[in-house]
Design a protein around this ligand. Structure first.
Ligand code: ZN
Length: 249
C-alpha cells in the first residue's frame, strides 16, 4: 500500500512538473511569437520607408548639383559687363537695327548661357536682306548676327540685349541666323567657315564652350537649323569644329 500510494504520489508530482514545463514552454513560445511579430512589423515599416528615403537623398543631390551649376548673380553681371566693353573684330559688320519694341526691344539680357544657331528658311536671301527684314517693325523677329551665303557677318542687336529669335530663351542666349542657297538648308563652305569663326569668337568672349552651342530645335523642337536637325552627325561635327577653333584663338 505504502509503495503504491508512494508511487501514485510520485506520478502526481511528475504530472504536475510536466504541466509546469509545458506551461513554461508555451509561455516562451508565446513570447517568441509576439517578439517575432513585432520584429517583422518594425523591419517592414523600415523597408517601406526606404524608397522615400532614397528619393529624398536623390532630391538633395539634385538640388546641390543645380546650386553648383547655377551661375551666381555676381558672375552673371560680371559676364555681361565684360561684353559691354568688348572689342569687335573687323570681319563683323555692325549694322544695329532700330529699337521698335518687337524686333528689338532694347531689353538687357539676363545672362548669356547658350548660343543658339538658326537657319533663315528663305533660300538664296543675303545677310543684308535678312538684316533689313529684321529692321522692318512688322517682322517682329531679329537675331544678334546673320551669316551670309558668301560668309559675310552682320551684327543686328547689341550683345548685351535680347534678340527676338529663340522664344523663351531670348532672355539668356545669343542668336545667329544663317543663310543658305537651297531648301535643304545646307550651308556653303564660306558660310560654314564664317559661322565657326563667329561662334568660336562668341564662346571665347562669353566664357562658354561648344557644349553651350545649341540649335533652335533644342529650345522648341522646331526644325531649325533644318540641315543640322536632319543630320545630327553634321551637327556634332560642327560643335567639334567650334571646339577646335576656340582652342586656336
Ligand atoms: Zn530658328
Amino acid at each position: 500500500m505504502e509503495r503504491r500510494s508512494g508511487s501514485e504520489g510520485d506520478k502526481r508530482i511528475a504530472k504536475g512538473a510536466a504541466r509546469r514545463r509545458r506551461r513554461r514552454r508555451n509561455k516562451r513560445l508565446g513570447f517568441l511569437l509576439v517578439f517575432s511579430l513585432l520584429a517583422f512589423t518594425a523591419v517592414g515599416a523600415f523597408l517601406s520607408q526606404e524608397p522615400k528615403r532614397q528619393l529624398a537623398r536623390l532630391e538633395r543631390l539634385e538640388r546641390l548639383r543645380a546650386e553648383q551649376s547655377e551661375t551666381s548673380p555676381g558672375q552673371k553681371a560680371e559676364k555681361l559687363s565684360r561684353l559691354d566693353g568688348l572689342e569687335f573684330p573687323q570681319w563683323i559688320d555692325v549694322q544695329l537695327i532700330e529699337i521698335d519694341g518687337a524686333s528689338r526691344r532694347g531689353e538687357r539680357l539676363e545672362a548669356v548661357r547658350d548660343i543658339v544657331i538658326h537657319y533663315v528658311g528663305n533660300p538664296e536671301t543675303t545677310a543684308q536682306q535678312n538684316r533689313d527684314y529684321f529692321n522692318n517693325p512688322d517682322s517682329e523677329v531679329s537675331a544678334h548676327f546673320v551669316v551670309g551665303i558668301d560668309g559675310a557677318v552682320i551684327q543686328c542687336v547689341p550683345l548685351t540685349e535680347k534678340s527676338s529669335a529663340s522664344n523663351d530663351r531670348n532672355k539668356d542666349t545669343i542668336s545667329i541666323e544663317v543663310c543658305h542657297p537651297d531648301e535643304s538648308g545646307k550651308f556653303t563652305p564660306e558660310t560654314y567657315d564664317a559661322l565657326i569663326r563667329l561662334t568660336a569668337w562668341l564662346c571665347k568672349a562669353t566664357g562658354l564652350n561648344e557644349k553651350h552651342v545649341i540649335r533652335h530645335y533644342d529650345v522648341t523642337g522646331k526644325n531649325c537649323p533644318l540641315y543640322f536637325v536632319e543630320h545630327p552627325e553634321a551637327w556634332s561635327l560642327f560643335r567639334q569644329d567650334v571646339k577646335q577653333a576656340v582652342k586656336e584663338l
